[in-house]
Design a protein around this ligand. Structure first.
Ligand code: AVI
Length: 318
C-alpha cells in the first residue's frame, strides 16, 4: 500500500521481504524506504514517545474529540453491531467509544502483530466481560476472514490515528474501498484524519525540539544494520522533516552528511553528500478533500467532528 509510483522497480535482490524492499528502495533514483519498517520494538517505543510530545498534537486532539463526542459517534452505529478496528496497536481509543456504544456486541481488532493483539484483546475481554472480543491476526490492508461469530450483526469499522495519511492518496482510496468490501452493505466507518494547517505547527510536530522524531527516523538505519548485516554509520545521517504545501504532506527524509558507501546484505549502496532517503509521507486533508476521497471510494460522509486541528469522520456505505 505504501509503494511509490516514482520508485524504480528493481528485481528483488535478497530473500526476505525486508531485505528486498530495502535494496530495491535504496536502488531507486530517489532513494526511499517504506514507513511500515519504522515499527520494530524500539521504533514502536519511539512512536509511543512521539504521541506524548507537546509538539505532536494528533494523538492528543483525536483522544479529546473521541471523549467529547463519544455518544454522538456511537450514535451512528446500528443496533447489534460488530466493531472492526483496522490496525489495532493499543485499545486506548476504542475503549472511549465502547464506553458510549451500548449497541456494540462484538469487537474485532485486526493487527499483524499477533502477540500485542493477544495481550490487548485479553485485557479488553477482562474489562468488558459481556463484549465478544474476537481478535484477527492479519495484515489489515489485505482481505482477511472475519470471525463467523459476527454473522447477523451490523458492521462498523474504526480506523483512528490518521494512519490513512501515511498512504499515498490513491492507496488511501484503495484502502477505503477494501474496508467497504470487508464491512459489506449498510456498514459505517469511523476514520481519524489529520488536517491541513499552519506549516509551523506541522513542521514542529514532525521535527520536535527534543529530537524524538529524529531518533524514530534514524532507528530505521539501526534496524537495517541489525537485521540485514549492514554498516550504516547512523551518525553520518540526519533527520529532515518538512511540510510540502503543494502536495499537502509532511515528508520525512534521512540526509547523508557526506559521500559514503554502505554495505547491505552483500550489496554496496552509494550516497552523495546531501542525498536523501525518503522515509515517510504524512498526508493532510481538509474536511472537504477527505470527504471527496471517501466518496470516490464508495462512502458517503455523514458526520464529522473536529477541533480545527484534527478530524474524526463518520462514513456510511453509499
Ligand atoms: C502513524 N502515523 C499516523 C504517524 C504520522 O503522524 O504520520 C507517524 C509519524 N511519523 C512521524 N511522527 C509520527
Amino acid at each position: 500500500m505504501t509503494t511509490k509510483t516514482n520508485a524504480a522497480r528493481a528485481r528483488p535482490l535478497a530473500d526476505s521481504g525486508f531485505a528486498s524492499d530495502v535494496l530495491s528502495g535504496l536502488s531507486a533514483r530517489q532513494k526511499w524506504l517504506a514507513p511500515k519498517y519504522f515499527y520494530d520494538e524500539r521504533g514502536s517505543q519511539l512512536f509511543e514517545a512521539i504521541t506524548e510530545l507537546k509538539e505532536y498534537y494528533p494523538t492528543r486532539c483525536e483522544l479529546a474529540i473521541l471523549r467529547e463526542h463519544k455518544a454522538d459517534i456511537a450514535g451512528v452505529f446500528g443496533p447489534k453491531t460488530a466493531l472492526i478496528e483496522f490496525g489495532t496497536g493499543s485499545t486506548r481509543k476504542v475503549r472511549i467509544l465502547l464506553e458510549a456504544a451500548k449497541t456494540v456486541e462484538a469487537y474485532v481488532p485486526v493487527d499483524i502483530s499477533a502477540e500485542m493483539l493477544r495481550q490487548e484483546a485479553q485485557q479488553l475481554q477482562h474489562d468488558y466481560p459481556r463484549l465478544r472480543v474476537l481478535p484477527v491476526a492479519a495484515d489489515f490492508t489485505l482481505p482477511f476472514r472475519l470471525p463467523s461469530a459476527i454473522v447477523g450483526l451490523s458492521r462498523a469499522g474504526f480506523f483512528p490515528g490518521s494512519t490513512i495519511g501515511n498512504f499515498e492518496p490513491q492507496d488511501a482510496a484503495a484502502f477505503l474501498r477494501h474496508a467497504g468490501r470487508m464491512l459489506g452493505a449498510h456498514a459505517t466507518l469511523i476514520v481519524g484524519v489529520d488536517l491541513v494547517k499552519d506549516a509551523n505547527i506541522l513542521n514542529a510536530a514532525y521535527d520536535d525540539a527534543s529530537g524524538v522524531t529524529a531518533q524514530f527516523n534514524l532507528n530505521l538505519l539501526t534496524r537495517i544494520n541489525r537485521e540485514l548485516s549492514a554498516n550504516f554509520d547512523v551518525d553520518a545521517f540526519s533527520h529532515r522533516a518538512f511540510y510540502n504545501s503543494d502536495r499537502r504532506r509532511i515528508e520525512m527524509h534521512l540526509v547523508s552528511g557526506r559521500r559514503q558507501a554502505v554495505n547491505i546484505a552483500g550489496h554496496v549502496i552509494e550516497f552523495a553528500a546531501g542525498e536523501t532517503i525518503h522515509t515517510e509521507n504524512s498526508y493532510k486533508y481538509t474536511i472537504e478533500s477527505f470527504g471527496l476521497l471517501a466518496q470516490s471510494a464508495g462512502w458517503t460522509p455523514i458526520k464529522v467532528w473536529t477541533d480545527g486541528l484534527f478530524s474524526v469522520h463518520a462514513l456510511a456505505k453509499a
